[in-house]
Write a protein that binds this ligand. Sequence first.
Ligand SMILES: [Zn+2]
Length: 258
Amino acid sequence: MSINKGALAAQKILEEFGIENPNDFSVEDLIHARDIILQEKRISNADGRIVFGKEKTIISINSEIKYTGRKRFTMAHELGHFELHHNKNTHLEDNSLTLDYFKNGGQEYEANQFATELLMPKPAFINFTHGKVFSPELLRSISEHFQTSITSATFRYMEIGQHPIFLFHCRDKKVIYWKNSINYYRKVKEITKLEPPSDSVAMEFFIDGTIYRKEESAQEILKSTWFETGEYDSDDEYFEYTIVTKNYNTVLSVVWEQ
Ligand SMILES: [Zn+2]
């Protein structure tokens, strides 16, 4: 996989400001260094937005975001728009969840790639995760260590982590898209734009709001829950961990084999 535009722009700004330790700088400072006005306010149905003015650019972050990691990721995402898309737009309303934007392609994906590389540079990420067994707890510790959202930590792990995983992104009881680690091929059932599988943990949330406690994060499922299984396949034990954002009615399902 070639290096993407977003990641390159992030490496550039890290270099420009001489930042060596990824968990030891403030995104606010970078935003201010670019002479951008940063404000927090209530925004409906979006994590952040950027307005490119003639004189000044304004970045707004939704004050309703509870988690600092998620706020930090959103700031980095908006800064990514400034670094990458300054000349193409005047106004950019992220009218969806920043974290929905990990699907390939377009400005939103580039801004997410920027934020990902800025907050979790590849060498530091590999160094931190190397030799650690995959678990929901590991994802939580990555998000704490790099001070970023659990969702962005999970997508980063899917891209460059050691243990292969599948991610299914669902919203309003529909599967929006799925992605998988490189070289981890499983035939996914025909579910895109449809309901998640009836025996999935994602569906449990949509049916009755079930969210498992930390200690029960890794729920046992079967291979056939999310994947096609042939006549001669054994229906192996898989695991599913759901990352729920109640306000937006979204579930990110992490699926893996031990
Ligand atoms: Zn955006």
